[in-house]
Design a protein. Structure first.
Length: 51
C-alpha cells in the first residue's frame, strides 16, 4: 500500500509492504515532474526489500 503527493516544488511518497514489514518514506524538494519521481524510487525500494 502506498500514497504519494506533491505541490509546487515538493514531492512525497509513503509506502508500506506488510509482507516484509518494510516502510519507505521519501520527502523531496524537487518538483513532481523531476527526472525520477519519488514514487518510482519508492516503489523500486519497496520491491528490492521483498527480494
Amino acid at each position: 500500500m502506498w500514497h504519494n503527493g506533491g505541490t509546487g516544488n515538493f514531492n512525497s511518497y509513503l509506502g508500506f509492504d506488510p509482507e516484509s514489514k518494510t516502510a519507505v518514506v521519501i520527502l523531496s524538494n524537487l518538483p513532481p515532474r523531476y527526472i525520477i519521481p519519488v514514487t518510482v524510487l519508492g516503489i523500486k525500494l519497496i520491491n528490492e526489500a521483498r527480494d
